[in-house]
Design a protein around this ligand. Structure first.
Ligand code: GAL
Length: 476
């Protein structure tokens, strides 16, 4: 199939999937907005209205790149190899950049030690936030060609897209066997539970609303990192006067300006009203949406103009190189910086995105068990690694995320991550819309398209209209 045909096929499939979603009356659980309480009662069945139909992203999918990974270490003596019959394990993700690819490799190493006879197929489709990968995945799933396990965000992305369409096997028993219900926050368990069954293993918790900055530039210019929107503009003005690009923003991966805007919305609305934006479409007529759009417009006026050609990682690199002073990105940027050999609090610093201090905008990467996984036993063994303390403590310090488990070996986590662990426990929580936690796929796609157009034209009025139109895709 050529790309156009693949694309048409994906749209057809998505339409069919949408009908299924509507027919099943499926609903994803509400996204948590409070700090976790690990001792609460088990998740109850979600009670919300059905998810809206899913829509396809606007770009043709990239071709998947598949390459078996070589085991990099001999099996550790302490680790008991599982009684594995060999065969393959195909893992599908979009983790191709420094940091995220390193974290994935660390998981593969553990898996390989425990399952020496299994050949791992690392099926990645590059493109931040999975904009390309998700399209390829839909085509594969509907074509009866699922990978053994795939990356999916906990929350609406998992439940609304795959679970209600009966494409995932419940793994509730695995959770019971492994005791994971006792070591993961209830608020997170709620995001992977549907009708009393659990459907994926969260491997981490990421924070979306972080401002990363080049420490040397700030020191040389005698500046403090901005904590409010007003301070952001004061600092940006000073940096511009000093000949430094204040803000690095990507655009190539088609999620970077949408990502920036979710932090601006959070700053403008506060955590409670921000969460309401994705529950109540009428919220998009609130005058604060215009305020947020004008703030984003001003911010982008202080950003690099070549953003359409830079990925989020390229933008992060310009901060590392001292070509730009700041970037607002999820903490996979920390993983990227570490992967490039940078030292936290020396080469780069961080604060909450301007105006969002005290709120942790969360998202969680998870993996599940697709119905019809070709190597089901190997996939279950993979899920066991993901949920284990050993797996999470190997993955997260490289990925720039905090573990989904509440019992990590803290000594393995750097200064940023220890800060983040403390913040997750004490802050108000808000769900990320761009990374699958807050809203269904149809809405995410419409919101993303609106912001990507805005990234190029900076037209506030047309952004407001597109956001209003997009709100029709929210559940009532
Ligand atoms: C997010 C994902 C992260 C990271 C990032 C950049 O959606 O949750 O793990 O991969 O995209 O691609």
């Amino acid at each position: 199939m050529d790309r156009r045909k693949t694309w048409l096929f994906a749209i057809t499939i998505l339409a069919a999937l949408s009908l299924l979603v509507a027919a099943c009356g499926g609903a994803a659980p509400p996204a948590p907005t409070e700090a976790p309480a690990p001792t609460e009662a088990p998740a109850s069945a979600p009670t919300e209205a059905p998810a809206e139909p899913t829509e396809a992203p606007t770009e043709a999918p990239a071709e998947p790149t598949e390459a078996p990974t070589e085991p990099t270490e001999a099996p550790a003596e302490a680790t008991e190899p599982a009684a594995s019959a060999g065969g393959q394990l195909e893992i599908f993700s979009w983790w191709t950049n420094p940091g995220e690819a390193d974290g994935l490799a660390a998981l593969f190493d553990i898996y390989q030690q425990q399952n020496p006879g299994v050949e791992i197929i690392n099926a990645t489709v590059s493109g931040g936030a999975g904009t390309n990968a998700k399209t390829v995945l839909v085509t594969r799933m509907q074509g009866g060609d699922p990978p053994d396990s795939f990356q999916v965000h906990a929350g609406q992305e998992l439940i609304g897209t795959w679970v209600v369409a009966d494409k995932m096997e419940p793994i509730t028993e695995l959770f019971e066997e492994e005791g994971w219900n006792e070591v993961m926050p209830q608020t997170l368990l709620d995001q992977i539970t549907y009708n009393g069954e659990i459907y994926s293993v969260p491997v981490n918790i990421h924070r979306s609303n972080v401002l990363w900055y080049n420490k040397q530039i700030f020191e040389e210019n005698n500046l403090e990192p901005p904590t409010t929107i007003d301070e952001f503009f004061q600092v940006a003005e000073a940096l511009q006067a000093a000949g430094v690009t204040p803000l690095a923003v990507g655009g190539k991966d088609k999620f970077e300006t949408p990502h920036l805007f979710e932090s601006v919305l959070l700053a403008t609305f506060g955590p409670d009203d921000y969460a309401q934006l994705f529950q109540d479409p009428a919220m998009w007529e609130d005058p604060r949406v215009q305020e947020a759009a004008e703030t984003a417009q001003r911010m982008l006026e202080y950003a690099n103009e070549d953003r359409a050609s830079l990925s989020w990682a390229d933008a992060a690199q310009t901060v590392l190189d001292g070509k730009a002073a700041m970037t607002i990105m999820g903490d996979w940027a920390e993983g990227y910086f570490l992967g490039k050999g940078a030292v936290p609090n020396e080469d780069f610093g961080w604060v909450a995105a301007p105006g969002t201090d005290g709120v942790f905008m969360w998202l969680s990467d998870s993996f599940g068990l697709p119905v019809g996984a070709p190597n089901r036993d190997n996939a279950v063994a993979w899920l066991r690694v993901l949920g284990s303390r050993e797996g999470q403590d190997a993955f997260n310090p490289k990925k720039g995320s905090i573990p989904a488990r509440t019992d990590p070996d803290l000594s393995l986590y750097d200064e940023y991550l220890q800060w983040s662990i403390e913040q997750f426990a004490s802050n108000a929580l808000a769900p990320s819309v761009v990374h699958g936690a807050a809203a269904n796929e149809a809405y995410m796609s419409a919101y993303g398209n609106a912001l990507n157009v805005f990234a190029a034209d900076l037209d506030v009025d047309s952004l407001l209209q597109s956001l209003l139109d997009a709100s029709a895709d929210l559940q009532g």
